[in-house]
Design a protein around this ligand. Structure first.
Ligand code: SF4
Length: 391
């Protein structure tokens, strides 16, 4: 019952909230935005492991996990037994602050662990096609205009980033967009430029792959630090079933080409392939992870969450036992292929298992490789602090 295993088990089994809890007073509000994975309760487990535990989906009702408030502290119990004490991050004050335009900042960007996540552009084109061609697990078309602003100006985004930096010390801003017939990166450019110039923070970008690969050179010039690609599913047959728009308008090859181009451009460890575990066979997910690692790409794997209102809301999440070998392998292949992980300062993600958190699931220690990672991390932290001083 280490915090890494419990994080994974919570993703697969969900969490019930005991009536002793006072979440409105003690926790961060549940804000479902973007693809939907942030639909749960933000908690911090021991060893600073952040988790967004599912609480509203159908399977949570049967979860063996329950959160209790006992003597003023929050306690996680499994089938009634004490697991450990947990912390609920307080709602950041900037959530209720308004941008100069009058829009509430929680409707512009949200914290997902210790970083700020922003979907700055219009609704994904797959949601507006007739018939809809959206990815079956996705909730972008359900949340934009509801829990988050349909449109966000560059100024509103910069003001929200500055407020988050001032209050909670974020180091990383993550932008993602939907599909816009090849213009996703162009639409993001003004936001990236302004946030980089005015804050100096680390920036991650997640967009559908561009077939004009030179656009990634432009991203590098703008100072983007990390790029990721939501392939979601490695098995071509399942990819077509679950992601019909991506299959028809992009194809898996476009993802692979863009990822390989970006690894050459940005370097090992700065490019991720996003995969959803639980929507294809475990062996297929592991095949994806090993393939990515052989190219220097990190796998960011999330556990399938059947979010309320999505096309797959009635499905079940995967079993924890089937997920353990996947996340163990994510960690192992990164170390075996000398792909740097966990280097950037203060990026603790709640909605997925971080590659580094696979260490909780494997008995392999990789002592010298971990020492090397520790040195890299210390060097990068110093370099980043010095760079921020210049902004
Ligand atoms: S590409 Fe798929 S996952 Fe991404 S926003 Fe569009 S429908 Fe959602």
């Amino acid at each position: 019952m280490n915090p890494g295993y419990v994080k994974l088990d919570l993703f697969c089994r969900g969490l019930r909230i005991d009536k002793s809890c006072e979440l409105e007073k003690d926790g961060t509000p549940i804000l479902r935005t973007r693809g939907g994975l942030g639909s749960g309760l933000e908690m911090i487990l021991p060893e600073d492991v952040h988790v967004n535990a599912p609480v509203v989906e159908h399977f949570c009702l049967k979860s063996p996990y329950a959160l209790h408030k006992e003597n003023g502290r929050y306690v996680l119990r499994k089938a009634g037994d004490f697991v450990f004490e947990v912390t609920l991050p307080k709602e950041p004050k900037f959530y209720s602050q308004k941008a100069s335009s009058g829009k509430q900042m929680s409707r512009i960007g949200v914290m997902q662990g210790t970083y700020l996540a922003i979907y700055p552009t219009k609704v994904c084109g797959f949601w507006t096609m007739k018939p809809r061609q959206n990815c079956r697990f996705c909730s972008v078309g359900l949340t934009l205009g509801e829990t988050e602003e349909l449109e966000k100006t560059v100024e509103e985004v910069v003001e929200t980033v500055q407020a988050a930096r001032k209050e909670v010390g974020i180091t990383f801003v993550h932008f993602n967009t939907g599909f816009y017939e090849g213009t996703s990166l162009d639409e993001l450019e003004p936001y990236i430029r302004a946030v980089k110039e005015r804050t100096g923070l680390l920036i991650g970008v997640q967009c559908p792959p561009s077939k004009s690969l030179e656009k990634y050179d432009r991203l590098k010039e703008l100072g983007v630090n990390h790029v990721s690609f939501c392939l979601e599913i490695f098995d071509p047959r399942r990819f077509k079933e679950v992601c019909p728009g991506k299959h028809q308008y992009l194809g898996q090859k476009a993802y692979m080409d863009a990822m390989e181009y970006c690894v050459d451009l940005f370097g090992k460890g700065k490019v991720s392939g996003e995969i959803i575990a639980g929507l294809e066979r475990t062996e297929s997910t592991i095949e994806a992870i090993e393939h990515f690692a052989s190219k220097g790409i990190v796998s960011n794997v999330c556990v399938f969450r059947p979010c309320v209102g999505t096309d797959l809301e009635k499905e079940n999440p995967p079993r924890t036992d089937d997920m353990v070998p996947i996340f163990m392998r994510v960690y192992e292949v990164c170390l075996e292929n000398n792909i740097p992980i966990g280097i950037a300062p203060n990026i603790l993600v709640s909605i997925i298992m971080l590659p580094d958190e696979g260490k909780y699931l494997t008995e392999r220690r990789y002592l010298w490789k971990r020492v090397r990672l520790g040195i890299l991390k210390a060097l990068f932290r110093t370099y980043f602090k010095l760079k921020l001083l210049r902004v």
